[in-house]
Design a protein around this ligand. Structure first.
Ligand code: ATP
Ligand code: MG
Length: 366
């Protein structure tokens, strides 16, 4: 490896279930891949989720949040599990994740969904439709109907019980997510589709107006607009038409899950949640998978690819990020599969062995 020239501090939050297993692999891959570019890491492992609840009584201890805030990036495994499912609402591991997102002010959630040529058969779609899908959903994460006020329960004029929520977007919230989306599209194929419901909702009308205005600052990116109902349909009809999609919190929640399922492999999909300044949060989209925890069966590649996103979007270390992505492809090309992506003719391996194979691929000068 070259002489170290750059040093970054990474907060590791292994969490619960398979979290510690996949984070152990991701850490090793991150360290090795970056070493070729003279990058060194200081890793700080902190408590989070159910593991933190058991030891400290809260799902996100203060030390964890302050350490995360002071680091260059945060890599999270997964949190939660049956054990805490009946806890008081405010003491759930999941509450810690919401607090962490709020504490880091990460307003943009990036979720790539691609169908790798080696895993076309895992897709829920027909081969011709699935082949070559490579898209990115950029979801607004801290605004919109999940946070808007007023909200609550009440009664209407006829005395019937009601529940209500409010969809609000301020111009600055739309502008900052739009900038992230245009910049993300720029690192990909320079095509951005903004998804809204501007034929019906005022918040969407403002969304479309601001995104359109910002487009003039990115003349190299081709912008289109689509209504969310049509987008949901197009995603399963012809997902290849999309490159980068930007949308609000609730539409993004739904569309990013839809997009991930067309790839059919939950164990392969990473995510990034980023802010304007400050560290981003990088994590696999899968949960803690308590059914296979501690059995060395988890697919660590979603966590490994999350580490690649950390390098690319968090540290601007694109070369090292690409090294990881190529190593993952090489490992799949060499036939190694964990149970979730296994099909006949491949080599079935556990989490640790998969990690070792990825390290070999990184080593082999890709
Ligand atoms: P959450 O509620 O935290 O989003 P969940 O309980 O809905 O998560 P997961 O924990 O992601 O879902 O598990 C769903 C299924 O996918 C389980 O059967 C689990 O074993 C499997 N699974 C999830 N992640 C992986 C992985 N990395 N490798 C292999 N299998 C996985
Ligand atoms: Mg769960």
């Amino acid at each position: 490896a070259a002489t170290p020239t750059k040093r970054y501090t990474i907060t590791l939050l292994p969490g619960d279930g398979i979290g510690p297993e996949v984070i152990a692999v991701a850490k090793n891959v991150l360290q090795l891949a970056a070493s070729f570019d003279g990058i060194e890491f200081g890793f700080k492992e902190m408590l989070m989720g159910g593991a933190a609840l058991d030891l400290t009584g809260v799902p996100l201890p203060e030390e964890t949040l302050s350490e995360a805030r002071n680091s260059d990036a945060v890599l999270l495994g997964a949190i939660g599990g049956y054990k805490w499912d009946n806890n008081e609402k405010h003491l759930k591991p999941e509450t810690g994740l919401l607090q962490l997102r709020a504490g880091l002010k990460v307003f943009a959630n990036l979720r790539p969904a691609s169908v790798l040529p080696q895993l076309v058969d895992a897709s829920t779609l027909k081969k011709e439709v699935a082949e070559g899908v490579d898209l990115m959903v950029v979801r607004e994460l801290t605004g919109g109907i999940y946070f808007g006020k007023p909200r609550g329960f009440g009664t209407n004029d006829s005395g019937d019980e009601i529940g209500f929520n409010t969809e609000i977007y301020a111009a600055y919230e739309i502008d900052r997510i739009a900038h992230v989306a245009f910049q993300t599209a720029r690192k990909r194929s320079c095509r951005l589709c903004s998804v809204d419901k501007a034929n019906v909702l005022e918040a969407s009308m403002l969304w479309r107006k601001r995104v359109t205005a910002i487009a003039s600052q990115y003349p190299d990116v081709e912008l289109s607009h689509m209504y969310v109902d049509n987008a949901a349909m197009q995603l399963v009809r012809n997902p290849k038409q999309f490159d980068t999609i930007v949308t609000n919190n609730i539409f993004g929640d739904i569309l990013s899950d839809e997009a991930s399922m067309i790839t059919g492999s939950i164990g392969m999909l990473p995510s990034a949640s980023i802010s304007d300044s400050g560290p981003g949060l990088y994590e696999p989209i899968h949960g803690s998978a308590p059914d296979i925890a501690g059995m060395d069966k988890a697919n660590p590649l979603a966590a490994v690819l999350s580490a690649a996103m950390l390098l690319k979007y968090g540290l601007g270390e694109e070369k090292a990020a690409q090294r990881i992505e190529l190593a993952v492809l090489d490992t799949l090309n060499r036939g190694f599969r964990t149970g979730d992506i296994y099909s006949a003719g491949n080599k079935l391996v556990g989490c640790k062995e998969m990690g070792e194979e990825v390290l070999k691929s990184v080593e082999s000068k890709l």
